[in-house]
Design a protein around this ligand. Structure first.
Ligand SMILES: [Zn+2]
Length: 267
């Protein structure tokens, strides 16, 4: 990744009303995909999953997309500002701390650019999802999967690939066009349990992180064109990049859940 790890690590995000508060009070760039894009991207990934894999989440697919995929933002809002959304979901940071913060105290939100750090976050989430499945706790598995979705999605948010002025940053990532992954052949997906039956947790995490970093670099290269499109109020051009980022994130998430939720991967 071209952005320095420290700079990337400094990027955090909160959404909704807390974003305004954040922009007023905090010195660091703090926006990212808003609530609706997170839900859309997560739902597209879940809708694509084979039924046998989706079934492992029991009846939690809908809240996974609608609520759990927002956990890192909601955790940050509650810890930093004491802001609790009125909508369904957690009422206190303690409620979701286990999903959003690793046992070593490191929050999980989006890729930092520090490979060891990011691998540790992915491995933690994979292990927790697998353990929750094996102990028949689908609600917990879905909550960890929601944090995983947010991690991938924010990492691919285009303005996170560089230093972008706050208003432009927010303009680029405020929405994503409608899309689905319908028709995508599961057997063509790289690094999943169907064509990688000998895969293991570590190899899968390495492969997923490579894809996240590659998409981040693609965003970084195209960032000047996106910034120009914001200046020109050129929404069709912006939507092209937003759609690419959203589809990329959904595909990476879908392949990750297929690998972790499928039968081929060994912890
Ligand atoms: Zn976020």
């Amino acid at each position: 990744m071209a952005s320095s790890p420290a700079r990337v690590r400094a990027r955090r995000c909160v959404t909704g009303r807390a974003t305004l508060l954040c922009l007023l009070l905090a010195p660091w760039p703090c926006t990212a995909w808003d609530t609706v894009p997170h839900r859309k991207i997560t739902k597209a990934a879940l809708d694509w999953l084979p039924k046998r894999v989706l079934a492992r989440f029991g009846d939690q697919a809908a809240p996974l997309a609608a609520v759990y995929s927002l956990y890192p933002d909601r955790y940050a809002e509650m810890v930093r500002f004491g802001f609790v959304r009125k909508s369904a979901g957690p009422r206190s940071p303690e409620e979701i701390r286990a999903y959003c913060v690793r046992p070593d105290g490191q929050p999980i939100h989006s890729a930092t650019g520090d490979r060891d750090m990011d691998m540790a976050s992915l491995i933690y989430l994979f292990e927790r999802i697998l353990t929750s499945f094996s102990e028949n706790r689908p609600t917990e598995a879905a909550q960890y999967a929601g944090v995983l979705a947010h991690f991938i999605e924010d990492s691919l948010s285009p303005p996170h690939a560089g230093d972008v002025e706050a208003a432009t940053h927010a303009a680029i990532e405020r929405s994503v066009p409608e899309f689905t992954l319908t028709g995508r052949d599961p057997h063509s997906a790289p690094h999943n349990s169907l064509n990688n039956p000998g895969g293991n947790l570590l190899r899968t995490a390495e492969a997923i992180l490579d894809r996240i970093y590659a998409a981040h670099e693609q965003n970084r290269q195209d960032l000047p064109a996106m910034i120009k499109a914001v200046a020109d109020r050129d929404e069709p051009t912006l939507d092209t990049y937003r759609l690419r980022a959203g589809v990329n994130a959904a595909e990476i998430l879908a392949d990750t859940l297929l690998a972790v939720g499928g039968t081929g991967i060994q912890p």
